[in-house]
Design a protein around this ligand. Sequence first.
Ligand SMILES: [Mn+2]
Length: 308
Amino acid sequence: MFDLVGDIHGHAEALEAVLRKLGYRETQGAYAQPGRQVVFLGDLIDRGPQIPRVLEVVRRMVDHGSAIALLGNHELNALAFHSLWPGERDRWLRPRSNTNIRQHAQTLLQLPAAELKSTLRWFRTLPLWLDLPGLRAVHACWDERARTLVANHSTFREGELTDDFLLQACQAQGAIFPAVERLLKGPELPLPEGTSYIDRDGHPRQAMRIRWYLPPEGQTFRSFAISDAIDSDIPVADLRPDPALAYHPHERPVFFGHYWLRGAQPTRLAPNVACLDYSIAKAGFLCAYRWDGEQELCNTRFVTSQSS
Ligand SMILES: [Mn+2]
């Protein structure tokens, strides 16, 4: 059975506390627990103070077979940040703008060159989703159309993200760029003409992150927004629904991270939907879910790094 762990962002102390609460013990250098495996939902790096230790704990578990680690947008961004355009000497797949350097700065600061190189090689082996008979997991959004498009693309190899794949996935003109963005960053909905809101980092935004797992019928922009908005700024105008979105209640349970949720006590977002990102890198906590095969998720099964 599986224990799912949300975005860690370099917080090793919280990670090890949660692993111990879940019943994992460090033996022969790797946390393990008979009969159970961790699924890390991505975003291991950037922002936090102990990135090398987080990578060490997670990689040893993956090598040992006691964990599966999915690729988050921060891992994909790191690959693109350090990949040159084909045939060019100083043009990177992810432009080295001040914003992009700032986002990646703690990783650059904390990892020596050789370790960074080995980490990037390892990132290339990470899956973008986990699709099992009883559960699904992805960093930001389960979108079956996007997933199929990526899985069937000629550059896609399971467990081996090649230069060709990164080129198609990381630059705006790439053939699978929109699909990979949906899976790893989630869909965004443009706000009505002429409106905007200020996000939690103080930036004005014209598009909002949405509750993609809910049916959009009957929602307003404000009720359909998730996370980073100061809610009162979002207009109450009706949505034009895209029924293709939504995660149907009869689908198997899906777990994801990415959304910087707030609140003292994690709760499922729908009977078959749980987000495990509770903003550890913004004064929140690390969040996990102990899954024993149930198809209807249970609010008592969340485990967090908060003491109590
Ligand atoms: Mn993320």
